[in-house]
Ligand binder design. Structure first.
Ligand code: FAD
Length: 326
């Protein structure tokens, strides 16, 4: 394409706004030589992943930053993650061949997902739900789960590995996570990147709703375990005194921070992923989800990208301005 130019090693550090702050005039990026380059633009698409999109909006002054104290402002609001956990079942006389794996070797059921007709949550005092799944592991020996009490290194670990490699399976949960007033993102007052720009700060902790949901799922998983009769099992569910811990891997499905909605008061984007505050800035990604719905997000993000493109091509180009009137 003669009118298409793709620049690698270009890190966008801000969207540059027109003096009235109502539309963008381009972006500034750092090129591979470390030089600052201004790129003029009629339309800016921010597609830098949920966290970085929110950070670019905050660094560029697009939208009103969320204020935890007053509850006002939309950019940074509604950050939500998801929780996981489950059981590992060990069998002395079974071999699962974990190296022979593919996506389709997994099994999942959605009976306890949030959906019309699922009322258990009301009975147990939570909203939301989860998928329960069991997938064949990737077979990597170092990452293989070993029964509780097995040493994590040395001769004991080697013996545990020889005895138990391939002899376990998991029952896993991936849960919804609600958004809360006190879970949010803002610009860090202390830490900066190498260009001197504030890093994104995430304030997040688990709440009672997610802990109740986890305990409900634990009961289901334990009853599955009883049917499956392992020799040994271990469990990992959120306890009542649990706090969010950044260190163990949970997921990359981070949501919220620049939510899509019908009015600009509490949301940052309209249904076309168009900023309510800067009409030629479209921001596509997981930040648009108001809660974490637990499902894998990328197909929906792709769908939102198509809708943004449709809005731009069919409406915006011929009549630049807000595509939705609040
Ligand atoms: C290991 C792993 C497994 C996953 N598995 C699944 C799965 O099974 N199902 C599922 O639905 N999702 C899965 N995800 C999540 C999925 O990858 C994301 O939901 C998806 O990539 C988000 O798309 P995006 O376009 O918003 O961001 P990305 O795909 O992250 O694209 C953002 C792009 O912007 C670039 N960028 C960032 N900052 C800047 C900047 N300042 N200037 C210029 N460029 C910038 C990045 O280099 C990147 O190319 C997985 C993620 C990981 C890491």
């Amino acid at each position: 394409m003669s009118n298409f130019d793709y620049r690698t090693n270009a890190e966008v550090i801000r969207v540059d706004m027109h003096p009235d702050g109502k539309s963008a005039r381009g972006v500034t990026y750092i090129n591979e030589n470390g030089e600052e380059v201004f790129q003029p633009a009629g339309i800016v698409l921010l597609c830098a992943y949920q966290f970085y999109n929110v950070r670019l909006m905050l660094l560029s002054g697009i939208g009103k930053p969320y204020d935890f104290a007053t509850g006002e402002g939309a950019v940074g609001r509604n950050y939500s993650f998801l929780s996981n956990g489950g059981l590992t079942l060990y069998y002395k006389d079974k071999q699962f061949n974990p190296f022979a794996t593919a996506g389709a070797t997994g099994v999942m059921f959605n009976d306890v997902s949030p959906r019309p007709g699922f009322t258990d949550g009301v009975k147990h005092g939570f909203i939301g739900g989860a998928k329960i799944h069991s997938s064949q592991a990737t077979g990597n020996p170092i990452g293989t789960s070993l029964p509780p009490g097995t040493p994590g290194w040395g001769a004991g670990w080697k013996k545990g590995m020889a005895d138990w490699y391939g002899r376990s399976m998991k029952i896993s949960i991936t849960t919804t996570c609600m958004s809360y007033r006190s879970n949010f993102m803002d610009l860090d007052p202390t830490y900066k990147d190498r260009y001197g720009n504030p890093l994104l700060r995430v304030t997040f902790d688990w709440k009672e709703n997610e802990k109740k949901l986890q305990q409900y799922l634990r009961d289901i998983c334990l009853s599955l375990k009883d049917d499956l009769q392992p020799d040994i099992f271990s469990e990992s569910f959120m306890k009542e005194d649990a706090h969010y811990d950044l260190r163990p891997y949970v997921s990359t499905h981070t949501h919220g921070g620049a939510v899509m909605g019908e009015t600009p008061e509490q949301t940052a984007l309209n249904k076309y992923s168009q900023s309510w505050d800067a009409h030629n800035v479209f921001v596509v990604g997981g930040h648009a989800f108001p809660q974490n719905h637990q499902s894998n997000p990328t197909s929906m993000i792709g769908g939102m990208a198509y809708l943004a493109a449709k809005g731009i091509v069919e409406q915006y180009l011929s009549n630049p301005g807000q595509l939705v009137q609040a």
